[in-house]
Design a binder for this molecule. Structure first.
Ligand SMILES: [Zn+2]
Length: 311
């Protein structure tokens, strides 16, 4: 029996798994990321997690370690160029450091690409040649599997689905572009739209649910479920904007399936009718039969995907 270790390096949480060839989880560990301790502190945490999840098996049976990281990186050399939510992570040769510490082969990949790989190998994309995974949470990310391979592109930076332009005169995105899918349809965008409407004096239950704190996506979903008209309008718009982005992905990559994950998709029941009506209206007929569904790996898609980088 051979095993693989996966590490999902997030700005707030570090997760680790030991999986077998079928994607079954044999060990799972999670800890808060000591982001303020810089690369050396976080790498020490990763090292500890590797030891914990692999304690029950012979190291010789471990094929390698996959690490999913946020922000731009070079997947070929395993150098993290910059990790926006992690203090001091600039040009960190993560692959080389972990290989020296563990004496195991290490593969480093973009976290959204890794999640796509995990969902493709072990989740809803299993058996598909052409598959896309999209995560919609504070941002929008994803990965594209085309002809049975993860699409990396020149320099390994393909598949930034969140940064395709959806609205040419829209708000400015964190990437510097205007009207990206992420800046109009992420959970952050949904909350921003609600905050602006409430500041204009729009009456809504959202205020009561947020109880004076900052507005979050789930406050809007909860208000919509209780029949609040502003919240329902915002969720309708959110569903339509998700649909517009998916229409672009259908036309570009002709996937057999698309899986959706991330916090915003927890409210799919409210979004889905609008998302699907946009696809029915706007996607060309030959693209209409693609299956669009929620991730089947749930919250562990990222860490299972990281392990899948090795396979
Ligand atoms: Zn952008």
């Amino acid at each position: 029996m051979k095993y693989v270790i996966g590490i999902d390096l997030g700005g707030t949480q570090l997760r680790a798994v030991l999986i077998d060839h079928d994607g079954d989880i044999l060990a799972y560990q999670r800890t808060d990321t000591a982001a303020e301790s810089g690369p050396s502190g976080v790498i020490a945490q990763i090292d500890q997690l590797i030891n914990q999840v692999s304690a029950q098996v012979d190291r010789q049976q471990v094929l390698g370690i996959g690490v999913g990281t946020p922000g731009p990186l070079d997947p070929f050399t395993g150098v993290v160029l910059e990790a926006p939510n992690l203090h001091g992570w600039v040009n960190v040769p993560l692959k080389a450091i972990l290989e020296e510490r563990t004496s195991l082969p290490v593969h480093v990949g973009n976290d959204a690409n890794a999640a796509a790989l995990g969902e493709w190998r072990f989740g809803s994309g299993r058996g598909c040649q052409d598959f896309i995974y999209v995560t919609i949470s504070t941002g929008i990310g994803g990965g594209v599997v085309s002809n049975g391979k993860l699409l990396l592109g020149h320099k390994g930076i393909a598949g930034e689905v969140g940064h395709m332009t959806i609205q040419t005169d829209g708000p400015v995105c964190g990437c510097g572009n205007i009207g990206c899918w992420e800046v109009v349809a992420s959970g952050t965008a949904l909350a921003r739209g609600a905050t602006a409407a409430l500041q204009r004096g729009h009456p809504s239950l959202i205020n009561d649910i947020a109880a004076g704190g900052p507005i979050e996506g789930w406050h809007i979903a909860a208000a919509a479920e209780r029949g609040d008209s502003l919240a329902q309008t915002l969720m309708r718009r959110e569903g339509e904007l998700i649909g517009v982005g998916l229409v672009n992905l259908l036309h570009l990559y002709a996937p057999e399936r698309i899986a959706l994950g991330g916090g915003v998709t927890k409210s799919m029941a409210l979004l889905e009718p609008y998302m699907r009506s946009i696809i029915a209206e706007r996607a060309m007929r030959p693209y209409q039969d693609a299956v669009i569904e929620l991730t089947t790996l749930g919250d562990r898609v990222g860490v299972i995907g990281a392990a899948a980088l090795v396979l």
